[in-house]
Design a protein around this ligand. Structure first.
Ligand code: 4AD
Ligand code: MG
Length: 477
């Protein structure tokens, strides 16, 4: 007999027909009521066991997280909280779960405890909701780009270049520690290593994506990205997924338009297609907020917040305007910022970004035209000679969601910038070729996928929106 999913059964009106379903027991009450879940939906289906005619030994094996196969009749439910249920005619235990050993009890566990059991936390409502939303969001990402004429490009994970020039890279080598051969100068001789050169895990696919945009016009990457920065925050991972569109002939304004339209589109898709999960996550957040002081509670519920982003324009503000707002704001004057804002040119810290979005503008903000000195070498220099065509999209509760720019397409300007920063032209000969052969204005950005999932689900820690987080001192599973 064909197996139905729990989701299909909950939406079915084929009453009095025989149905077949498999899943895991969430709870078993009164020796009668199984709440069964198979991951197809946040909701469980109630399966009612005829305990008088069921073997006692079998009843004992219906425990939380046991895998079961059920055949029965679909009936309209008499109980509150569900419209249909299954009257069990045949129950088979597919896999037992010893309740004395199973770590996830049907009670509230802390997120920290669940992180240590990341292989089992997906069996909880919270994590199944988060990961279904994550999956839907990634589909929406591809859907948006595919429907708008972008080509999906898989840029290399192992690379010899440091795209961001920040030097926060994981090295990739086949040398055994302590046994690496040395050259005449006493440095490690990478010419003898697997790739014949020094290599690392990519920090961004941008530079390679740019070469593809110069032929395919509109491209995007969506892949794993690695940063060896030792920042133990709720917003940083050592391994995360980045989405990087790159578009030939787009200037910075078009780039800002693309980022805004893209984010609104994927959020809209999730609002439409993840209603049950978002409702669950919204209620979870309401419960969590009750434990916080009034001043820290958010003014909007999760779904209202998502709708607000979809329905309102992002505020576009230059670095210089933002600098003035920050320099004159109360927290700065009262020396409340850890990093005071005095001189034009300072890098903005997350406390400043959050002041701008959460207190001042109260909506997503796109900051643009940053000082050249605090941004990467590839950004296009403005005519003022001191700012570059950079943009960061800042979100409430998150800070930086997107970093992007119009790229420096002028070979001479790019070369002199590289010389200034001691970036070896020989290392990036292929990147410079794009400026030699048919160069054109082009722009792109990178969006940290987990930060998007954080915002969409209302979770508070980036470790809880990726299945198996990699952070300093932690690579379990
Ligand atoms: O601002 P970033 O460093 O920009 C780039 O890498 C550019 N090459 C992108 C481009 O123009 N194609 O990173 C882009 C985004 C950030 O805005 C943030 O959302 C995310 O990547 N991100 C991280 N997410 C999680 N953990 C980390 N350690 C992250 N570092 C950056
Ligand atoms: Mg950035």
């Amino acid at each position: 007999m064909k197996r139905s999913s729990v989701k299909e059964l909950l939406h079915s009106d084929k009453f009095l027909q025989e149905v077949h379903v498999k899943g895991w027991v969430r709870t078993f009450r009164s020796n009668r009521f199984i709440a069964l879940n198979d991951g197809s939906t946040i909701n469980n289906i109630q399966c009612v066991v005829d305990f008088e005619n069921t073997d006692e030994e079998l009843l004992k094996r219906i425990t939380t997280s046991a895998a079961v196969s059920i055949t029965g009749t679909l009936v309209e439910s008499e109980g509150k909280g569900q419209s249909v249920e299954v009257k069990v005619t045949k129950l088979e235990i597919l896999g037992d779960s010893n309740p004395d050993e199973y770590p996830i009890q049907p009670k509230k566990h802390s997120l920290e405890f669940l992180r240590e059991n990341a292989h089992l936390r997906i069996r909880t409502n919270t994590f199944s909701a988060v990961m279904r939303v994550r999956s839907t969001l990634s589909f929406a990402v591809h859907k948006y780009f595919q429907e708008n004429g972008f080509n999906y490009v898989n840029t290399p994970i192992i690379t010899g270049s440091d795209a961001e020039g920040a030097g926060e890279m994981f090295h990739v080598t086949n040398f055994e520690a302590n046994k690496a051969p040395l050259n005449e100068e006493g440095n490690i001789d990478y010419s003898q290593d697997f790739f014949g050169k020094e290599t690392n895990l990519t920090v961004s696919g941008q530079l390679e994506a740019e070469t593809y945009a110069m032929a395919l016009g509109k491209v995007y990457t969506f892949g794993p990205t690695f940063r060896a920065e030792n920042s133990n925050t709720t917003r940083h991972l050592a391994e995360f997924w980045m989405i990087e569109p790159e578009v030939a002939f787009n200037d910075l304004d078009a780039n800002m338009d693309l980022s805004e339209d893209f984010i609104k589109s994927v959020l809209g898709y999730v609002l439409e297609n993840c209603k049950d999960d978002l409702t669950f996550l919204e209620n979870r957040l309401i419960q969590e907020e009750k434990t916080k002081p009034q001043a820290e509670r958010s003014e909007m519920s999760l779904i209202n917040k998502l709708n607000f982003v979809v329905d309102n324009n992002f505020k576009r503000v230059s670095y210089t305007e933002a600098f003035d707002i920050l320099r004159n704001c109360k927290p700065n004057k009262k020396k409340k910022f850890q990093f005071p804002i005095n001189e034009w040119g300072v890098d903005l810290q997350s406390e400043h970004e959050r002041y701008l979005v959460e207190k001042h503008f109260k909506c997503p903000v796109i900051l643009f035209d940053y000082p050249a000195t605090i941004k990467a070498f590839y950004m296009r220099l403005n005519d003022d000679g001191k700012t570059v065509r950079a943009m960061d999209v800042l979100f409430p509760g998150i800070g930086e969601m997107v970093g992007g720019s119009q790229r420096e397409e002028r070979l001479d300007v790019l070369k002199s910038k590289m010389a200034e920063l001691n970036i070896d032209e020989e290392e990036l000969w292929w990147y410079l070729d794009t400026r030699k052969f048919g160069t054109a204005v082009h722009s792109g950005f990178g969006l940290g996928f987990e930060r998007l999932v954080l915002f969409t689900t209302g979770m508070g820690n980036i470790r809880d929106v990726i299945p198996f987080p990699r952070t300093p001192q932690n690579a379990e599973f």
